[in-house]
Design a protein around this ligand. Structure first.
Ligand SMILES: C[S@@+](CC[C@H](N)C(=O)[O-])C[C@H]1O[C@@H](n2cnc3c(N)ncnc32)[C@H](O)[C@@H]1O
Length: 298
């Protein structure tokens, strides 16, 4: 098995305007000019390479690939960001409500959405150049998913599953950064935090392990770690953590919980901050990407 691991850093602000959140990361993965490093290019090497560079994004050149599928697409933010690179992009999600939200957004002409399950995809055999899935693949049934991936990808087609475990706050002072890391990890310690652990989804093990526990099909594999960094207020940082599955469940079962106020105060105390709405912090999201290429004749 060919497997390699690489770490790189993209600055989110460089891409957010045109691509949105996951799109920023994907642009980093697909654009060969970004930091001189394009993981998907590396993965596609041996088959076809992405060579059109930023010309693709500005619409000046032909799109390099035909079809992409984004599974567990939610509101479709990653799905839309695939639009400049592929002739046709489909987003599927098991939730009709999520697909309803995705369809109401301003979607490029070559992007469509449909209700569908990762384990029984509504697409033809050997029809896709790329399958993506962001923050969703740990929910899939991996006793069935790899077989389905193998069925729908073209020879040399690629699977890219992206995820993250925690959102952190960076700080130039090493001791303060360590305190912030410890604080985040203790509030989101899914095994030992007595207030949270009953609400933790079983699948958190996969994100904790950086998706290394997922049995990604095909021998030709890569694993890429990307730190996404952006400036955010303390209040917005806390709001982001409220979207985690365990947080949503905790708040649902305990509507008056002080959990997130306590978390905010702990962060403020470490930073010596008094106004969380206007105090900006440097947020860091370590994202892991598992890539795999279906074999085929080059
Ligand atoms: C955390 S959300 C991520 C949404 C989106 N990819 C994003 O990054 O914003 C996970 C999504 O996976 C979907 N999902 C969970 N299990 C699925 C399955 N077996 N097949 C398709 N979608 C699934 C959920 O409905 C949900 O919309």
């Amino acid at each position: 098995m060919k497997m390699s691991c690489k770490r790189c850093v993209f600055t989110l602000s460089e891409y957010t305007t045109s691509h949105g959140f996951w799109g920023s990361l994907l642009a980093g993965l697909l654009e060969p000019e970004n930091n001189g490093f394009s993981p998907l290019n590396l993965l596609f090497s041996g088959s076809r390479r992405v060579t059109a560079g930023r010309g693709i994004v500005t619409g000046g050149r032909k799109k390099p690939f035909e079809t992409a599928l984004d599974i567990g697409c939610g509101s479709g933010q990653l799905t839309r960001s695939l639009s400049p690179y592929f002739n046709d992009v489909l987003g599927v999600d098991i939730s009709p409500a999520q697909i309803g939200v995705a369809k109401t957004a301003q979607n490029p002409q070559n992007v469509s959405f449909s209700v569908g399950k990762a384990e029984d995809l509504p697409v033809a055999d050997s029809s896709l150049d790329l399958i993506t899935s962001a923050s969703a693949s740990h929910y899939f049934d991996w006793s069935m998913f790899p077989k389905e991936v193998n069925r729908v990808l073209k020879p040399n087609g690629c699977l890219a599953v992206l995820g993250f475990h925690h959102l952190y706050i960076d700080h130039p002072n090493e001791a303060i950064r360590k305190k912030l890391d410890d604080c985040v990890e203790s509030y989101f310690d899914y095994e030992n935090n007595v207030r949270l652990k009953d609400y933790s989804p079983i699948q958190y093990q996969h994100t904790k392990e950086g998706y290394r526990t997922l049995q990604v099909p095909f021998d030709d594999q890569k694993c890429v770690n990307v730190d996404l960094r952006y400036d955010i207020s303390i209040t917005d940082f806390i709001e982001c953590t409220k979207t985690y599955a365990a947080a949503v469940q905790l708040m649902k079962d305990n509507p008056g919980t002080s959990y997130f106020t306590d978390f905010k105060h702990s962060i403020m105390s470490i930073l010596g901050a008094e106004e969380p709405d206007v105090t900006m912090v440097k947020s860091r999201m370590p994202v892991f990407v598992r890539l795999a290429r279906k074999p085929g004749k080059h």
